[in-house]
Design a protein around this ligand. Structure first.
Ligand code: GLA
Length: 702
């Protein structure tokens, strides 16, 4: 047995490697001292045999297979084609060799009988995120079909006894559920051709005794398969194995002679608590995932036409909206759905990406020119991967959509999905989008995707990536948002190619107080579109004060998705003041470290970002407080010894300000140590439901 360690600054993995046998991960945790005896680590974790096991108890290790009695899901599943058959193969991959580099270990497995090679690469990235990826090759002559290959296989360290998964639906993304790792394990797969609202491509393992967490993600914009298996039969020792990989709904992959397949990248991050985990993932996103983030300017405040005008578009109406937007301090005007072909409702014209002469008799140029005059840049909604049966594109190419020959073509939102595996489809879409960008000064695409993919399509995600990559290579300055009826396609795979995501169609600030903290567990605030919606909210029907809606929207990439003409003067003034606050604080919010604030009242949500000598917190109360004075809000992430000036940036929530004991003191600022702020906290007036406060901190020179 050999032992290999893979070290980050604060983390170590130890692999136990048996040439001709198995590979296992016997340690994953805080960085081990130099010179630690790795054989002793393995010995301390080893267990003897117990009754009623196979004579050689199965070790699922890093490539679990059914051989030897392991009862969980195998990491690899293959079928072999015979003359008239296609039968599942029994696999027996053994560790053949390994390579060690300073921040990478590559394991080579071989099944000599099937003449197949699997490679598994483990790598520590700059932000201490560990990535894993598997590849399979068929150098031999067997005709094989690959049914499954996991990107991540992790024997779960036994201290992680619980986990949090995320489920959701349209307008209700990322609903957290926590439970213990039970004998029946856990499985979540998506089949809609994208990760979906349920976010099964994210998971957090938890050690409830210490608060330590291990976050995991599959960086892939197609289907996924996430599972935890507890072996109840083979070893029956309570060991659990966690696996993540692409979903296989779109069918097996052909592995003919010299065929190969590479899984998407999966990743894990280890941290002392949920805030530290968020910071680790944010650092990884900022340094490794987001396209050339260092060149990004400040995230501009958007106004999106959808909730303001819907399909009721006209040049004059849009210009009026743009003028109202500019008066609020908006920096980017985004024209949403309805500008192209015959698209006067959602049942028509997807695929006809030509400016509608009915809506814009003089084309888009006058609108864009006015938007520019007003000092804003211009963004446009597109949904390139879709086609309406009622469209010129469909009439010309009825075979370009995903379909089964001779069967019905069921629609969703009146639309079908194009087959992006076909080069001619990608070429057509590239030409349309390229022409729009060449002919108009468009700074931003809101790239939507509103239909699940059925029948499933094997190369759809690769085709989507290829189209985006081609477009970005040709137009390197275009900013793109990934929207999929809200947060239906959010993952690091798409984020390698876009600049922000649309977390939810639900702009209701109370819902956003759940949705944004959930997404921000993995995604930094600068990529999370955060809009002030109308009141009443069109999805929930809730009426919320502008002050509350605007404060909540500051924590993200702020925008407005409502018609300023339908707001009162007071509301417009309040909104403009919050837009100004966002502009003043976005440098902190979009560069800093996010901390989740905890409070004894579950109806109080708090988030805080610290950056250099500044920090901003959002504290929001959703329900009526059971006591008149809510417990003080304890801040986080401050230097204990440093002294901070604390103010409550105005405007203040209208009703709550009457309960502020010393308004003048709050205006001038209280000076308190980091220790006092993190231990005792601040008594904020949080009595009424739907009250939010922003808290600004500035570290004073020593
Ligand atoms: C989807 C998006 C919305 C909006 C509409 C337009 O539902 O999620 O934000 O763009 O499409 O049709």
């Amino acid at each position: 047995m050999d032992f290999v360690r893979l070290d980050g600054e604060r983390l170590t993995l130890v692999f136990a490697l048996e040439a001709g046998g198995t590979a296992d991960c016997v340690y994953l945790g805080a960085r081990l001292p130099e010179g630690e005896d790795l054989a002793m680590i393995a010995a301390a974790a080893a267990r003897g045999r117990h009754e009623n096991q196979p004579d050689v108890p199965p070790v699922p290790g890093l490539l679990p297979e059914g051989k030897a009695g392991w009862s969980g899901t195998p990491a690899v599943r293959l079928r072999q084609y015979g003359d008239h058959t296609c039968k599942e193969c029994a696999t027996d991959f053994r560790l053949a060799a390994w390579e060690e580099y300073p921040s990478e270990v590559i394991l080579h497995f071989r099944d000599t009988q099937l003449d197949l090679d699997i490679e598994q690469a483990w790598r520590i990235e700059r932000a201490e995120i560990v990535t894993t990826q598997a590849s399979i090759w068929n150098p031999g002559n067997r005709k094989l079909a690959l049914d499954r290959l996991s990107a991540l296989v992790l024997p779960i360290p036994r201290r992680f006894t619980h986990f949090t998964s995320f489920a959701g639906r349209w307008a209700g993304e990322m609903r957290e559920a926590s439970c213990s790792i039970a004998p029946e394990g856990f499985a979540r797969t998506s089949t809609g051709g994208k990760p979906g609202f349920g976010g099964g491509n994210w998971l957090i393992l938890e050690d409830p005794t210490s608060g330590e967490v291990l976050g995991a993600h599959l960086s892939w914009s197609g289907d996924h398969d996430t599972r935890i298996d507890v072996d109840l039969v083979g070893s029956a020792d309570g060991r659990a194995v966690f696996q993540m990989g692409a979903g296989w709904d779109s069918g097996a992959i052909d592995l003919a002679h010299d065929g190969s397949h590479h899984t998407p990248v999966a990743m894990i991050g280890l941290a002392s608590d949920r805030s530290a985990l968020a910071q680790r993932f944010h650092a990884h996103a900022r340094t490794t995932v987001l396209p050339a983030r260092k060149d990004w300017g400040p995230r501009k405040v958007h106004l999106n036409s959808w909730e303001a005008l819907g399909f009721n578009l006209s040049e004059a109406g849009l210009i009026a909206l743009a003028e109202d937007a500019a008066a609020l301090g908006i920096e980017r005007f985004v024209l949403d759905d309805g500008w192209f072909g015959g698209r006067r409702n959602d049942q028509t014209s997807l695929g006809d990406w030509f400016v509608s002469p009915d809506v814009f008799p003089k084309g888009l140029a006058p609108l864009i020119a006015r938007v520019h005059d007003l000092g804003m840049d211009f963004g446009l909604w597109v949904e390139p991967e879709m086609v309406s049966p009622d469209s010129d594109l469909y009439r010309a190419h009825p075979d370009w959509c995903l379909h089964t020959q001779g069967r019905d073509r069921p629609t969703m939102r009146g639309q079908l999905a194009l087959d992006l595996g076909r080069a001619e489809v990608r070429d057509y879409l590239f030409e349309c989008l390229d022409a729009l960008l060449r002919e108009h000064a468009i700074a931003y695409f809101k790239w939507d995707h509103n239909r699940d993919l059925f029948p499933s399509a094997p190369r759809q995600t690769e085709g989507f990536y290829a189209l985006l990559d081609h477009l970005r290579a040709t137009h390197p300055h275009i900013e793109i948002e990934s929207c999929s009826s809200g947060g239906g396609r959010i993952d690091y795979g798409v984020l390698q190619r876009v600049h922000r995501v649309w977390p939810s169609d639900n702009n209701d600030a109370i819902e956003r107080l759940r949705i944004i903290p959930a997404w921000s567990q993995f995604l930094p605030l600068e990529v999370l579109g955060s809009h002030v919606g109308p009141s009443p909210n069109p999805i929930t029907g809730r009426r919320l004060a502008m002050d509350f809606r605007a404060k909540v929207a500051v924590f993200g990439h702020m925008g407005v998705e409502a018609d300023p003409a339908r707001m009162t003067d007071k509301e417009r003034k309040c909104l403009a003041a919050h837009i100004a606050l966002y502009k003043a604080w976005r440098g902190v919010l979009h560069e800093g470290a996010l901390h989740r604030l905890t409070h004894p009242d579950a109806n109080i949500t708090g988030m805080m970002v610290t950056h250099a000598d500044k920090a901003l917190a959002l504290v929001a109360q959703t329900a009526f407080s059971p006591v008149f004075d809510a417990a003080p809000v304890r801040l986080a992430g401050l230097e204990p010894e440093a002294r901070y000036r604390v103010t409550l940036p105005e405007p203040w929530p209208p009703r709550a300000k009457h309960y502020l004991a010393n308004p003048d003191v709050w205006r001038e600022g209280l000076v308190l140590s980091g220790t006092a702020l993190m231990t005792q906290g601040l008594a904020l007036p949080l009595t009424h439901p739907e009250t939010a406060w922003l808290v600004a901190l500035e570290r004073l020179p020593q």
